[in-house]
Design a protein around this ligand. Structure first.
Ligand code: GTP
Ligand code: SPV
Ligand code: MN
Length: 621
């Protein structure tokens, strides 16, 4: 028997032992084991978690961070998604949009195979079958995938972020309809990250439903079920099938205990703009015990219309939370603090670490860093006590340091979080970091104007955006880094999918980040108080309040907003609820330029733009 056929036999024995019977999956595993040159394969089920954790600790890949908690440090050049190196590849040039970084699949495929060839030599290739949906969901056909990865840390993250196990891919209705996802870490020391000679590639071959990521083991670059499948591939699938939307959205429920009614809100905010915090928010104590907030999801939602009742339904395809650590504390987000408490199996990445105390710290965990710096190391592993004088105050944690925990540990997880049908949506919100112009909340009742508002969502990229000329980075529906097909078609798809609902959700734009132009303080305290804006929104939809119409939507009157127990500065509330018309008129010119970059923007969107512009130009009453 040749060496090669014996390797095939060994792999078949592993697949047999694991009960992995799907012949298409087996062929996929064999093919990539040959390319990557992995020494062995291992099939993963979620029940392997405890053993894999032990192995990772023994190998020094994870460090203990207190009872049932773990610490991981990524390579210093590998700490965030890379948008420049992320590509959507197909064989049809018509799939090229403004943001999807389209390249021909025929060109990218050999490039990726060349980089991956032999790159996992000596390593284990883990076979991670997963499902990005509650089991039994009407969208299940788009949810199955298999990630092959040569990183045990990535496997442990996948077990937290997705439903993982062989059962999810053995009995597919069509055995070939799984996403083929291959992750090869590569030699992180020599990849030239961020240089002209950058070797990394993160490619979604959308029409082949194949994802090949090379050159990172961090976050959305490496956990392929999450961003690459759950957003990039899924948004493409939703468009190609005409059936659904996949968006970077949070998803929450609000129960009014007095009336017994429950509302579901979903919405997009760009990365690091507050989705996790909003979905985990609790009702402010000051409102009494009247409201309860349920967590459904914090980063991805798939939306479809259910023909049974004509409503928009949303699911969270994920199984965990990959949350920003910075500023997470008892006051800002007690729910998150509980979700990452001892015993939760949480993995912290790139925060500060103290091996002696088996503890972690990040900026904002406490107002000041630990006073006794003995044993504390920053995210790069350097001792704080040995920092040169000038660098004493540099951040201990990386700004994109994160925690990874599962939904079951989120204290306000909804009882019906995995109901296959999803939950009916009452409101769709968009929001971003905007220091001026955008009021606390403005409601939009027209579908085209709502979609137009999402398309023109912008957030501050840097502090260079200060002042009235604030240059925003537009981020349509918060999907700019995950866009997989042309933006004009994306808008048309939204109008079609949501337009099919006979009972339409209300839209709104929210902004928790408006600042005082003089001293820069946040006008609105944010976090738990954000719920007050959402309560007003559902009341508006119910016809219980009517607000004040403005050219850009309906804003609350000061007495409609429940401000019980708040201590807003005089004048701040006015500013929060007022439309700065001259500033908005300036913005409209930027918006026109922004939309003009896109091909085939539906006429309904341009009409919405012109309606808003005309209303702003009219004499204001
Ligand atoms: P991704 O996981 O990258 O998609 O981010 P996200 O949108 O879920 O953002 P997240 O909720 O993690 O918040 C990012 C940062 O914004 C954190 O440091 C939060 O503490 C901060 N933040 C969230 N909500 C608010 C708020 O209402 N006000 C203020 N001032 N800061 C907030
Ligand atoms: C984001 O960047 O929006 C995230 C984190 O949710 S990552 O998984 O790295 O994309
Ligand atoms: Mn995100």
């Amino acid at each position: 028997m040749s060496a090669r056929s014996s390797l095939v036999d060994v792999r078949n024995a592993v697949l047999d032992d694991a009960g992995l019977t799907n012949a298409q999956v087996r062929a996929f595993v064999h093919g990539w084991a040959e390319v990557t040159g992995a020494a062995r394969i291992e099939v993963v089920n979620a029940s392997d978690d405890a053993r894999l954790l032990r192995e990772a600790v023994d190998a020094g890949e994870l460090l203990p961070a207190g009872e049932g908690r773990y610490y991981s440090r990524s390579h210093a050049k590998d700490t965030a998604r890379s948008e420049e190196r992320t590509v959507v590849a197909t064989d049809d040039p018509a799939d090229a949009g403004t943001y999807n970084n389209w390249r021909p699949a025929s060109e990218m495929r050999p490039l990726l195979e060349e980089r991956m060839r032999g790159a996992s030599a000596g390593k284990t290739m883990y076979v991670v079958p997963y499902l990005m949906a509650p089991p039994g969901s009407p969208l299940e056909a788009y949810a199955a995938g298999v990630e092959l990865t040569d990183s045990r840390t990535v496997v442990l993250h996948m077990i937290r972020m997705a439903r993982v196990g062989v059962a999810h891919i053995n009995d597919l209705a069509a055995p070939n309809t799984f996403v083929r996802a291959v992750h090869v870490t590569g030699d992180l020391d020599t990849l030239g990250q961020g240089t002209p000679d950058d070797q990394r590639y993160f490619v979604t071959f959308a029409r082949e439903r194949t994802i090949l990521h090379y050159g990172s083991s961090y976050g959305g670059n490496a956990l392929l079920g999450k961003i690459a499948h759950g957003l990039r591939q899924a948004t493409f699938d939703g468009w190609a099938s005409g059936e659904f939307l996949a968006e970077q959205f949070l998803l929450l429920g609000i129960t009014d205990k007095q009336t017994g009614r429950k509302y579901h809100v979903c919405g997009g905010m760009p990365s690091a703009s507050g989705k996790t915090n909003l979905a985990m928010t609790l009702a402010p104590d000051a409102l009494g015990d009247r409201y309860h907030v349920d967590f459904y999801g914090d980063d991805i939602a798939w939306l479809r219309v259910d023909p049974a009742d004509g409503r928009v339904y949303a699911i969270n395809p994920e199984f965990g939370v990959f949350g920003v650590a910075k500023d997470t504390n008892e006051l800002t987000n007690p729910t998150a603090v509980a979700a990452i408490a001892p015993g939760t199996g949480t993995i912290f990445t790139n925060v500060a670490y103290n091996a002696d105390a088996a503890d972690v710290w990040w900026e904002g965990r406490t107002p000041e860093p630990p006073a006794d710096v003995t044993g504390w190391r920053d995210w790069k592993g350097e001792l704080i006590s040995e920092r040169p004088d000038g660098e004493r105050n540099a951040p201990w944690a990386h700004p994109n340091s994160r925690f990874t925990t599962t939904l079951e540990h989120v204290p306000n997880i909804a009882a019906d979080f995995d109901v296959p049908r999803g939950v009916p949506i009452d409101a769709i919100i968009f929001g971003g970091r905007t220091r001026d112009r955008e009021p606390l909340v403005r409601a939009i009742t027209d579908l085209a104007e709502g979609v137009y508002d999402g398309l023109t969502l912008g957030a501050e990229a840097t502090f260079a955006a200060e002042g009235t000329e604030g240059v925003l980075r537009y981020d349509p529906m918060s999907m700019r880094p995950f866009m997989a097909f042309p933006e004009g078609a994306y808008a048309a798809h939204w109008l079609k999918v949501i337009g099919a609902a006979t009972d339409q959700p209300i839209f709104a734009h929210v902004n928790w980040f408006q600042r005082d132009p003089d001293d820069g303080h946040f006008l609105w305290p944010g976090y738990r108080d954000n719920l007050r804006a959402l309560l007003w929104l559902v009341q508006l939809r119910n016809g219980e309040v009517s607000g004040t119409p403005t050219p850009v939507g309906i804003v609350p009157t000061a007495d409609e907003l429940d401000l019980t127990g708040m201590d807003l500065r005089p004048g701040d509330l006015d500013r929060l609820l007022t439309i700065d018309v001259p500033r908005w008129r300036q913005e409209m010119a930027h918006r026109a330029e922004h939309l003009e970059q896109f091909r085939d923007v539906p006429e309904a969107i341009w009409e919405a733009h012109r309606r808003v512009a005309a209303a702003l130009d009219a004499p204001q009453t």
